[in-house]
Design a protein around this ligand. Structure first.
Ligand SMILES: [Zn+2]
Ligand SMILES: [Zn+2]
Length: 377
């Protein structure tokens, strides 16, 4: 996908737009660009997807907050999720926007509040969980398989999540007939609200499970294996689908891994490239030499310093950077800045040689001035 447009721009609303304005604007676009009404129109389809994606983020206070703070990177992992699957925005995310269905009817029922008998318990979703992971630059470059321990609401083993005591079953709520919602007619309008008897679950539990007191979920410690892709950058979020909080009679939320990468003592990262600085002496710079550079993964690489190297000259060691995430196995490069160290103390032998050198350049007491170049570093 090309670079993403700003979500506020996509929905044509201000950054300060209220939740209602977000919904209204999306409703307008969903109607205009919906694929059912624009069959075979690729542009409309893209517009619909783009608007739906923007709506998914901006209609969720949590995700909107992340987007405002971190931009697109704060809400999507475009390359792969923690299981190593190709990720980003997909059909199941679109379904989530509409609470599970995805059809045109469902869009209308969720956007316009028209009742639909399909709505109910199965649409409920547990809360997302945030888990922070701090990596060294070496770990971020190499990728990492790791187990993390989280404590969360998980499905109750005793009742398998039904909330009913073993041997009993939840019964269909008689107030809403299992829909989880009730329709009320006020004059010309028909309005749908959450069923007051079952609180939207669609079922009534007469003898609750002892382990979870009818909740269907209990607090559990869980070990989760995650696979951090190599080349991951600071500030990335990885989503582990379905590993958030479970909810009785609904689907579990997602687990979000917030990745932090520590500063390295001497490597600076610029995307997939790395930069370091090394000191060479004036003789090496004047006469040429081969120096040894230790790369981030500990390999020793030979680097040729040509005769006449100036201080600050940059050399490239190809493919010695970091995995260019999202671009297969392509690697960034390592840039080496050679700085000429001026000796602060000299042995008597060195002093003799430098004195000879100085005599040879005695005519340089009136150097020719030059306009300085702007240095990049
Ligand atoms: Zn239970
Ligand atoms: Zn009910």
């Amino acid at each position: 996908m090309a670079t993403k447009r700003d979500y506020y721009e996509v929905l044509d609303i201000a950054k300060t737009a209220t939740a209602d304005e977000v919904k209204k604007s999306y409703r307008k676009m969903a109607v205009k660009y919906h694929p059912d009404k624009n069959q075979g129109n690729k542009e409309a389809e893209d517009k619909f997807k783009e608007a739906t994606e923007a709506y998914e983020i901006l209609s969720d206070a949590n995700k909107r907050g992340n987007y405002d703070r971190f931009g697109h990177q704060g809400v999507h992992s475009d390359f792969a999720d923690a299981y190593g699957r190709r990720g980003g925005f997909n059909a199941s995310d679109i379904e989530d926007v509409f609470g599970g269905g995805g059809g045109f009817d469902d869009i209308f029922s969720s956007l316009f509040g028209f009742g639909s008998s399909k709505r109910g318990a199965s649409r409920r979703k547990g809360a997302d969980i945030r888990y922070d992971i701090t990596l060294s630059l070496e770990e971020a470059a190499a990728g990492k398989k790791m187990d993390i321990d989280i404590s969360k609401r998980d499905v109750c083993d005793t009742c398998s999540g039904s909330g009913a005591a073993p041997g009993s079953k939840p019964t269909t709520c008689t107030t809403c007939g299992g829909a989880g919602q009730v329709r009320r007619t006020q004059g010309f309008f028909s309005m749908t609200t959450t069923c007051p008897a079952c609180h939207g679950s669609g079922t009534i539990i007469s003898s609750p499970c002892n382990s979870c007191h009818g909740e269907g979920t209990i607090s559990k410690a869980k070990k989760i294996s995650v696979n951090i892709p190599k080349g991951i950058d600071d500030g990335t979020q990885l989503r582990v689908s379905g590993e958030g909080e479970a909810i009785g009679g609904g689907t579990a939320g997602d687990l979000y891994l917030f990745i932090h990468v520590k500063e390295h003592p001497y490597f600076v990262r610029e995307g997939a490239n790395l930069i370091i600085e090394v000191g060479i002496n004036i003789a090496q710079a004047a006469l040429a030499d081969v120096i040894h550079i230790k790369t981030l993964d500990g390999k020793i690489v030979k680097l040729k310093i040509p005769a006449g190297t100036i201080s600050g000259q940059m050399f490239r060691i190809k493919d010695a950077g970091i995995n260019n995430i999202g671009h297969g196995s392509s690697m960034g490069d390592l840039y080496v800045i050679a700085k000429i160290d001026t000796p602060k103390s000299l042995t008597s032998e060195e002093k003799k040689l430098y004195t000879e050198l100085k005599k040879l350049s005695a005519d340089n007491n009136t150097p020719t001035p030059k306009k300085p170049k702007r240095n990049n570093w």
